[in-house]
Design a protein around this ligand. Structure first.
Ligand code: ZN
Length: 251
């Protein structure tokens, strides 16, 4: 799996990193990452993964680009308003890096299609905007034994964690949040608002943690929750233990 002359130049700043180098870049090229939600988080995630040379990137979203998306969804341009997000997103990623394969999945993730979708990927990136999808993604990723890197933003705060409970040691999303809040009780992003750059910070961190999982460098966020408070410019990381009473996996 040697790199072409073009790849040697494109990824020069990765290749000089001792921790990444040629072997790390080859791992990045072989990696397959599925991004759930082409929104405020999915945009920076997909852009940084494509720029980094992740060989296969899947986009799952059944929505179309609207004018109110552009304040934070940096994958899209004004001319994309009205287009399917996965189609406009795939075009943007191909323009950034023609060397990566982008698979557009213009569907809503459901319990019925999750297993088939996840089967084609190594790592799942959750940037969805509702609790129902977050629990579905967690359960399907666990069943398929895929690493899940999950980010969320509200107003001026962001959260990020990595879940791989199939290792038998670390927690899943349900260990942290036992069940979704009753429908209608949790305000959505469109109701509470979000400062666009907060999604940019969290999505960039999410892409970074995915690249760490792919290359095996550093210490990941399995068993830890990273919290960013934008208004005070503070980052905190708290330990998240595996719950012996978790309904998904005992113990
Ligand atoms: Zn659990």
């Amino acid at each position: 799996m040697s790199l072409s002359d073009d790849e040697l130049e494109r990824y020069a700043r990765h290749l000089v990193l001792r921790e990444v180098g040629g072997p790390g870049q080859a791992r990045i090229r072989a990696a397959r990452v599925l991004v759930i939600g082409a929104g405020g988080l999915g945009s920076p995630v997909a852009l940084y993964l494509a720029a980094a040379g992740v060989g296969t990137i899947g986009l799952v979203d059944d929505d179309r680009v609207s004018l109110s998306n552009l304040q934070r969804q940096i994958l899209f341009r004004t001319a994309d308003v009205g287009r399917r997000k996965v189609e406009a997103g795939a075009a943007a990623l191909a323009a950034l890096n023609p060397g990566v394969t982008v698979a557009a999945h213009p569907v809503r993730l459901t319990a019925a299609n999750a297993a088939a979708l996840f089967g084609g990927y190594d790592i799942i990136a959750d940037g969805s905007d509702n609790f129902e999808t977050r629990f579905l993604v967690n359960d399907a990723a666990y069943a398929a034994r895929k690493i899940l890197v999950s980010a969320a933003v509200t107003e001026f705060e962001g959260q990020l964690a990595t879940y791989k409970a199939h290792d038998g040691i670390s927690p899943c999303y349900r260990c942290l949040f036992a069940a979704p809040p009753p429908p209608g009780t949790a305000p959505s992003c469109s109701e509470t608002g979000v400062l666009g750059a907060v999604a940019g910070v969290m999505g960039s961190l999410q892409a970074l943690e995915i690249l760490k999982e792919i290359t095996g460098i550093g210490t990941g966020l399995a068993g830890r929750l990273l919290i960013y408070e934008a208004l005070t410019a503070r980052f905190r990381t708290i330990a998240v233990p595996r719950d012996p009473g978790c309904k998904l996996h005992h113990p």
